[in-house]
Design a protein around this ligand. Sequence first.
Ligand code: NOJ
Length: 899
Amino acid sequence: MYGTLFLLFWLAFVPVDAVKPYLFKKCSESGFCSRNRHFAEEIAKQGDEYQSRYSVDLESLKIDHDGGHLHATLLKMLNDGTFVPLDLHLTTLQDANLRVQVDEVHRSPPVTHVNPKRYNEAWKYALQSEPKAREFTHSVDSEKITLNYNDYVTEIQLHPFKITLLRNNQAQLVLNERNFFNLEHYRTREEQSRENSIHIAPEESTFDSYTDSFKDSRDDKLPFGPESVALDVSFLGAKAVYGIPEHADSLSLKDTSETEPYRLYNVDIFEYETQSKYPMYGSIPFMIGVGGESSAGVFWITGSDTNVDIKKSDSQVQTHWISESGILDIILITEDTPGQVLQSYGKLSGNSVLPNLFSLGYHQSRWNYNDEEDVLGVTAKFDESLIPFDAIWLDIEYTDDKKYFTWQKEAFPDPDRMMRKLDQTGRTLIVIIDPHLKVGYEISDTVIQKKIGILKSDGSDVYHGHSWPGESVWIDSMHPDAQLFWDEQFVNGSNLLGHSTNGHLWNDMNEPSVFNGPETSAPRDLIHYGDWEHRSVHNLWGLTYHEMTYESLIKRNPNLRPFILTRSFYAGSQRTSAMWTGDNSAKWEYLRESIPMVLTMNTVGFPFAGADLAGFFGNPDKDLQVRWYQTGLWYPFFRAHAHIDSRRHEPYVAGEPYTSYMRDAIKLRYKLLPLYYTLFQKNSVSGTPVVSPMAFEYPSDSEVLEMDNQFFVGPLLVKPVTSPDTDKVSIYIPDDKPYYDLQNYTVLQGKGYHDVDAPLDKIPVFIRGGSILITKERYRRSSKLMKNDPYTLYVAPSESAATGELYFDDGETFAYQDGEFVLTTFEFTGNKIVSTVKNSYDTSIIIEKIVVLSDKEVTKATVEQDGESWTAEIVPQDHSFVIRNPKPLVAKSWTITLH
Ligand code: NOJ
């Protein structure tokens, strides 16, 4: 055991060539996954001959129309013809379509220290509140129960059990169409292994029901034996499905008939491979199907290890969801477009937090900046090179011997002083705090003594394992007393961030990563608050950890929006944090992979996502580094980070012309901060993506459904260069509008593919005709220093018309919740530009320049605001003209007339 232990420990430190596949279970090595795939294969073999074991007992029907609830007993037939009763609960929802829950009615295992129920609390983390039900009417006949509500109809077929969701009379989703529904009911090992046991149907397998034969998990006690839940869901008419991060794969999910399923199990995966279905650091069990005129969403709310199989055909996409434990809790959404599905999802799970504005700027990190001098030196170098940045990061080495909440005294003698100095140029410090706590100092001592850590499988004591500090314990962030303890650390206690208001947090390793644990994580039979097994909460635990940090930071400073970066995540993480895609490599294929990964996060309501620039492991060559900055500037979360063994490669290190190219990329991001902030605000109220896949913008164009190397950021169409030695890219123009090159205003027009020049200094980006882009153009050292800078507008007409929108507020407090923000729209109609302010607060920011991308001859502009009018000069340019210094206040409506 110790041999394996230290081998794993050693592997954890040493960068290796590729993921170690033997560390992670394949479906065939995972009891519940293998059993359910077997079950599905056996049923598929029998085809129409198969007699399903599940039926709805009509006698048991209880209906509450007005409350929107239906309860019935779902009978599972055993081999002797007797039944196991299951509780079927349907809720017709206001903000979606339908919620379906199934639980065991009788479950009384003789296990004392573990909660005997199937885990039924995942929704408390995944959803922002209990979803509201809506009333329905119903009818019943001998074959089915039919529910009618608004445009929706749900049909519940009694035998075999099947649910069909129709919208506008069209069936969009079917549950259990293939009879793969399987809820492994509780039975003892003896009951199961008895000869001719009534509990095991011929189509079932018993593989690894009570033991785990995977070499690193043999100690798993599996106290309840087999307890999986699985279901097939068909997306009728869908041509592509998206979502279920986190995987380093294409945006459009692939057919898994001949491969591993997509696995959702939060793990610390070293040097992950690209184009793979391996599990990664986080999971969001939400999938959107797109095709033709409709779109549907499936939200599988389970905290346990989950596998998803996908089978595609011309007429539909069939999925098979398999989870190790927990109840069945699934929410179904049916709409016209993927954007509408995402909006419904946002109403359920919550939208993204409106970020502190600084966090949308550029972040500079590495493992590690060594001391105060290093931190301030890097900052000065950025200033000398005229490169803006907003935050500098400290990785684990800033602590005293990896004891979180301490500082390595010699290197950081006065953190308060360091933070004050950073503050002078508007910079922020972000420090890491991981959930593993080194044994032998007061923080871990208290966790052990108060029993607020994750507990051993017998519940007797706090579990010990290995991570960066060596032997460690893990705070159990599901425990209410853990929150109080964490609050003390941030508010009083060690007071890590001193007196600063420019200190924020990084929560890493919260899968949790356990170097000597099975699959690099916690043993599944560990115990959490509520006596729940780790098995059932594994995928959502990382969320509880960063949410705990968020709560503490709010208590520390109730009026400052906290920024927290988390590596592990679950549905709901978007409410309080940002994520990044973990330990990638400085290779072109990882640059390419970062785009579908970030886009996928945008399809599941968690847009605040990014990837390490320019690769965590290894040293990028200069071309790759430049191309990565030109790509990374579009990630909603824009951070450079590097492994401890990599060379320094801050953008100023490369030298000319590379440094200038990276500076240009970073400066473009700063110029676009008003756009990013406005998109985030939109996301925070309506769930729309920040970086939007082509398929979300043009869902009925089958050409774009698989496209994951170009995307929209608001009105900007972007096609990053992600291959070496390239000076041309082919970009797909999805409609007949003019697309204006952001650099030289030349126009691409005509639906279809166009070749555009893309030498190393060029970022292929186009403004969609019909839009107005709002920017800030003055160089400052950080976003905080840009606060009162004037705006510039780019009017890009299509048929002489264009519109745009701008949102801003103080960028850091919660005053916006009391109405302190500016929201204004702009409209161009050929000879007028009109700004209509929807909401306003007192600010003197003006518009200093308007660039109109038009060849039209204009000589004069008249500005009108507040009953006054004045003229502004017109300067003609190539393919455009500039209205110079029109100077209207942005917080009040105005009109500019062109003559
Ligand atoms: C793993 C993280 O993924 C990486 O970004 C970080 O540098 C190391 N942990 C050290 O904290």
